[in-house]
Design a protein around this ligand. Structure first.
Ligand code: GYE
Length: 326
């Protein structure tokens, strides 16, 4: 297998040196052969929350069904480690790489190196800066949610729930990540149109529960007049609930909370009356990744964004939905 790959690489180099490959062709995405078994890389960014764990499990569950020999790594919240993980997948000669880039910019060189090595990259759940890399040219496609719309929907719910009057603390996701950038944009733009809605402070809690709790604790001291919290994910919303309760506040009553994801703990917090809403962001990318990869191998032109549509969970449907949550 290795020898075949080496021979192929050598013959490709020969063709290139003979000038048989045009520049336009060199810019094309690497093709993917149609076969029964693939060596597939999945470079997870971290495993410190239920969303990430559910996503990794979705890839692991899909692997035997899709003929994948899965090489899964965990970057432990380090973009530098994630770059090294992708480089190691390139060195191992995987057939394709599925990558949730932890941050929008640092992962780009690794994406381009994979392309240069003839390995198609599919971005899953997070994207890269559209000004520096393009789907259909640098990577195959982005599979994921519309984060701007998620932020917008969280804002719409909060505006309604508060009668258009709220003093908000915003807990942002990982700095430089596409969901943090876009969930902020969608939410901030929507509340900016409402004269009664003020964002008191906005700070990163790195999409993590305990960081969210700590940041909320600090911001609460500076802004005791807070009446609402918008967290970019459920883990930080749970952290905010803990900080509010520790300070003797009543989440869900004197402080209304909106967040995004749809985890089991968030559903339970809705049922308990502490969390108002969670806009869904599905982590179950395995089956969609299998299907998209098969379409690509069959020679189909893949759309630049394979969009996932999201539900919304409130007190109206949380109890009925919690069984399917993670
Ligand atoms: O909301 C969060 C995770 O990239 C869409 O990252 C994903 C986000 C998700 O850490 O919980």
């Amino acid at each position: 297998m290795k020898t075949v790959k080496l021979m192929l690489a050598a013959s490709a180099a020969l063709i290139i040196s003979a000038g048989a490959v045009s520049l336009a062709h060199a810019q094309d995405l690497p093709p993917l052969a149609k076969k029964d078994h693939y060596k597939v890389g999945f470079a997870q960014s971290e495993s410190n929350n239920p969303w990430r764990i559910a996503e990794t499990k979705s890839f692991q569950d899909t692997a035997p069904k899709c003929g994948w020999d899965l090489v899964a790594t965990d970057a432990a919240s380090s973009a530098a480690k994630q770059v090294a993980d992708v480089d190691s997948m390139i060195a191992q000669g995987v057939d394709a790489i599925f990558l949730p880039p932890r941050e929008e910019k640092p992962l780009l060189p690794a994406v381009l190196r994979a392309k240069k090595a003839g390995i198609p990259v599919f971005l899953v759940d997070r994207s890269v800066d559209a000004n520096v890399a393009k789907a259909g040219r640098d990577y195959v496609t982005f599979l994921g949610s519309d984060f701007i719309d998620q932020g917008h929907r969280a804002a719409d719910w909060l505006i309604k729930a508060t009668g258009g009057k709220a003093k908000i603390i915003e807990l942002e996701g990982t700095t430089g990540s596409s969901p943090a950038n876009d969930r902020k944009k969608g939410f901030d733009d929507a509340v900016a149109k409402e004269s009664g809605m003020t964002i008191l402070a906005s700070q990163s809690g790195d999409f993590a529960r305990d960081k969210g709790r700590q940041v909320m604790e600090t911001l609460l001291q500076a802004h005791p007049d807070v009446t609402a919290v918008y967290a970019h994910n459920d883990e930080m919303a749970i952290g905010a609930i803990q900080a509010l309760e520790a300070a003797g506040r009543k989440p869900g009553k004197d402080v209304i909370i909106a967040s995004i994801d749809g985890t089991r703990d968030a559903m339970q917090a809705i049922i308990d009356g502490k969390l108002g809403v969670t806009v869904e962001s599905s982590p179950f990318f395995g089956p969609l990744s299998c299907e998209t990869m098969k379409r690509y191998a069959a020679g189909e032109k893949i759309e630049p964004w394979v969009k996932v549509s999201d539900r919304i969970f409130t007190i109206d449907n949380a109890a009925a939905s919690i069984a399917g949550a993670y």
